[in-house]
Design a protein around this ligand. Structure first.
Ligand SMILES: Cc1cc2nc3c(=O)[nH]c(=O)nc-3n(C[C@H](O)[C@H](O)[C@H](O)COP(=O)(O)OP(=O)(O)OC[C@H]3O[C@@H](n4cnc5c(N)ncnc54)[C@H](O)[C@@H]3O)c2cc1C
Length: 499
């Protein structure tokens, strides 16, 4: 039986990102992907939020995405735009780039890292014991792995086969989304009526002065809210035509669909992200309405949280208990995303009373403090893992400072390209012996003269040293002489190597 240290079920954005993270850490990882190629029939997610661009920047690949898409202010809550151009980040914007391009670029990166991908095959089941997991594939073969990660989307077979509960909220509304051609020209843009929200746009667009300007030709992306929650089966062109007629009195001669899909406001989250040797990430762990554009972003960031931890456990530098921090940190993040999408869908309800409430929320969000708070949240820049009392940086994203080192200037994110932890010493050089962990943790002596400013929090006092995890979150901040550093090193990166 073919063996890999880690098998990932599903090569969507989450699975690809996780594979890249594991490969960077030297782990033998393979993806099993149902689709024969990376092509997606539809465009799906529309882009990336600021924090996701940052995590890609931490690996040195953000430019691959930025060069193919268009930066724009995308953060919004219940349709109220939230400008982040004054935020302290190198990327104070979102990126408009369809998911098929995001996946293509991620797949290119993963190919460079020589990850094995078994395409055109499904994971059909698995059995785990104390030493590993036997993963059954649809072609009758099996793979043996130390760990199996289900990145296999909202209907995750891995989640179901593991018997992990998926509690949440049932659908109250549904919409059809499709890429089609129209014989007649519709009124472009977003429309609201008594049923809900509908829209027509072209797949190809440009951002001019912060506004979306559609190209003159090419496929049309249509979204139409249905009169009643639709069935779970695949929607047809006829369903789309009928839904358009209900709203517009015409289907605009809709024809030649390349993709028709239905989404709802169902919001569910896996009760546990791990069952022994089986883990879940991305849509397999959480599903919700696309409003706010959080799904792909949350999945990619799940992968970046899990990757280095799983690598350290597989490489036997950290105990298995490190994996428990994955659920502890990422479950609350997606739980908040679920709550926010439920609230936004509620605010989009078409009745006049809800619209009045929406106007009130919009007025609140036009004030600076709520705008900053919600913009930090929707862009992912305010994520705070509960790592206990301490410096405000603890558990928050490390800012991408311009450092001065003996070898010249260097960005903090550049230090994270190899997904290795960094102990950044901004005080006097020396004073801490990294030798017992020199194989795992980079000690960098540097100077930084600017202010320390965090999104939504503002200025914080400058620490003299910071321990940065491979995912870019701060594991410890303080003074190199403080005792807490040794504990933090052991907690996050394992005990020192035996002398
Ligand atoms: C209309 C729409 C608009 C959206 N807009 C946004 C947005 O603007 N921003 C945003 O962040 N998110 C958005 N999303 C959500 C986003 O598309 C998903 O959150 C994202 O695709 C999740 O990635 P994933 O890798 O976790 O799962 P998926 O993309 O679902 O990938 C799962 C992969 O697993 C494969 N697979 C499934 N079962 C198996 C199996 N048994 N064996 C092997 N392979 C398997 C599938 O073929 C697939 O490639 C949108 C979604 C929709 C539908």
């Amino acid at each position: 039986m073919t063996e890999h240290a880690v098998v990932i079920a599903g090569g969507g954005p989450t699975g690809l990102m996780l594979a890249g993270e594991l490969a960077l850490a030297g782990v033998d990882v393979a993806i099993v992907e149902r689709r024969a190629s990376q092509d997606l029939p539809g465009s799906r997610a529309g882009g990336l939020h600021s924090r996701t661009i940052e995590v890609l920047d931490q690996r040195g690949i953000a430019d691959r995405f930025l060069s193919q898409g268009q930066t724009v202010q995308v953060a919004a809550f219940a349709g109220v735009p939230l400008d982040i151009s004054d935020f302290p980040t190198r990327h104070p914007y979102g990126l408009g780039l369809w998911q098929n391009h995001i996946e293509r670029i991620l797949a290119g990166w993963v190919a460079e890292l020589a990850v094995t991908i078994y395409r055109g095959r499904e994971v059909t089941g698995f059995a785990q014991n104390d030493t590993g997991v036997d993963v059954e594939l649809s072609d009758g073969t099996s793979l043996r792995a130390e760990y199996l990660v289900g990145c296999d989307g909202g209907r995750s077979l891995v989640r179901r086969a593991a018997g992990i509960e998926f509690p949440g909220w049932d659908a109250t509304t549904s919409a059809l989304i499709a890429e089609v051609e129209l014989a007649e020209e519709p009124e472009w843009g977003i429309h609201r009526d008594a049923l809900g929200i509908h829209s027509f746009g072209r797949l190809e667009y440009e951002i001019r002065d912060g506004e979306v300007v559609y190209m003159d030709g090419g496929p049309v992306r249509v979204m139409v809210t249905e009169q009643h929650v639709g069935p779970t089966g695949e929607p047809t062109l006829r369903d789309l035509s009928e839904a358009l007629v209900v709203v517009y009195g015409t289907d605009y001669g809709v024809h030649s669909p390349t993709w028709i899909s239905r989404f709802t406001d169902m919001a569910r989250q896996a009760a546990a992200y791990r069952d022994r040797r089986v883990l879940l990430a991305g849509d397999a762990a959480h599903v919700h309405n696309p409003v706010g554009g959080q799904g792909l972003n949350t999945g990619v960031q799940d992968a970046v949280n899990l990757g280095w931890k799983l690598a350290q456990v597989v490489n036997q530098t950290s105990p298995e208990s490190l994996l428990d921090t994955y659920h502890a940190e990422r479950h609350p993040v997606a739980a908040r995303v679920l709550r926010d999408t439920i609230a936004q869908v509620a605010l989009f309800r078409p009745d006049d009373r809800t619209k009045t409430l929406g106007d009130t929320i919009a007025e609140l969000l036009s004030m600076d403090e709520p705008r900053i708070r919600f913009a930090a949240r929707m862009s992912g820049l305010d994520i705070h893992y509960e790592l206990g009392e301490g410096h405000p940086l603890l558990g928050r994203r490390m800012p991408d400072l311009d450092l001065v080192t003996a070898n010249g200037t260097l960005r903090v994110f550049t230090l994270l390209h190899d997904a290795r932890p960094v102990l950044l010493n901004l005080g006097e050089p020396g004073g801490f012996d990294i030798t017992p962990r020199a194989d795992r943790v980079q000690l960098i002596d540097a100077k930084y003269v600017g202010t320390w400013e965090l999104p939504a929090l503002g200025a914080v006092t400058a620490p003299t040293a910071v321990l940065i995890r491979p995912d870019g979150y701060v594991a410890w901040a303080g003074d190199l002489t403080q005792l807490g550093l040794a504990d933090a090193l052991t907690t996050w990166f394992g005990p020192p190597a035996a002398a």
